[in-house]
Each structure stands twice: as C-alpha cells, then as structure tokens.
Design a protein around this ligand. Sequence first.
Ligand SMILES: [Zn+2]
Length: 125
Amino acid sequence: MEAYNPQSAPEPGSWLELDEQERIDLVESWHRAAHVKLPNVTAHAALHTVVENQIAMNLEPVVRAVHRLTNGGLTRHDAIHAIGSVVAEQFFDILTTEQRDEVDASQAHYLAAVERLTVTSWRQG
Ligand SMILES: [Zn+2]
C-alpha cells in the first residue's frame, strides 16, 4: 500500500499488513499534501488510524456508522472524523481509569456512542 486517501476505504489486507506507525505516516502524508489545517496533524492521523483499523477489522458498529453517516451526506473523510471524535472521548476515559472492568465498560460505551452517532449529532458537536 503506497498511499492513503480517506475518501476510499483502504484494502483491509494491505492496511492491516502495515505496522501502526506506517499507517499513521500514510494518513499524515495525505493531510499534509491536501493542506488540511490542523492543530496537531499527528494526533489527527492517529485517530484516523484507529478508526480505519476498526473498519478494516470489520468492527460492525463502526462499519455501520460509516455507512449511516455517508448515506446521510457526509464525505467518507468527515465520517472518519465523526467516529474519531468518539474515539478521542474513549481515550480520555481509558486514561482516567485504572480498573480493568472499567476499561471493558469503556469499550462498550464507545460502541454504544458510535451506534448513536448521526449526521445531526455530529454537526451539532
Ligand atoms: Zn482527516
């Protein structure tokens, strides 16, 4: 896999073959080439990568959310951002949690939040 483009899903096998840093680098390169203005392009790319990993691994609530959001009018790229915003919240949960069962609960929370994500809820921030 030579390049990443958020408007089309990377082929799952080729994507998962890369190591995490290579994935982040590809995502970062695309944003730099597209001159997307971002406060922190590396953090942004890391969130993209988490979402793309979940899609490539066919995590159903995430796959469904991408379809729902793009059918609702978002570009695939914005759908990734919308799901990434939920990932960011879950990271914060995990960072502030010490109990293993709370980490599991946080994963369940994440999936439930992804299921609730709609174009309207995303646009309202
Ligand atoms: Zn992006």
